[in-house]
Design a protein around this ligand. Sequence first.
Ligand SMILES: [Zn+2]
Length: 135
Amino acid sequence: MQTVYFDDINSVLSKWAANDPPIEDFTVENVLFAIGVDDNSYELVLKYLMSKQDFELIPKKMLLCPNNHKIQSFGLEEVVEDYFDCHCGETDFFPEPDNYLLVFEFTDCFISQCKKKNRALRSNENSSRGFQLVY
Ligand SMILES: [Zn+2]
């Protein structure tokens, strides 16, 4: 099994959260890909991401139509008893457990922290460039 560096996960998450607009509805697979490890690390990365629940991340279930289009996301514990339509022409389908994909969103608090940090970083770069100009 490849080594999963939690630090890598954290920097990917900070980058995505500071993105404008922030990356939303990403999956465990997206994170695995971003840090360059394979599916064998799925459980580990999932567990790590879940540990950030309510602090940095909000896990959600994304409803997919039978053709795998994203319809809408719901809280993990939310009971969904509606019928749904999709733009692809699938109408009145009732969600089965198989129709859901686990996705993550960032908390507002984490997004604003990352943006703030990013701004600070950028203004630091600017001032050091200014400093070099003086020389
Ligand atoms: Zn569809």
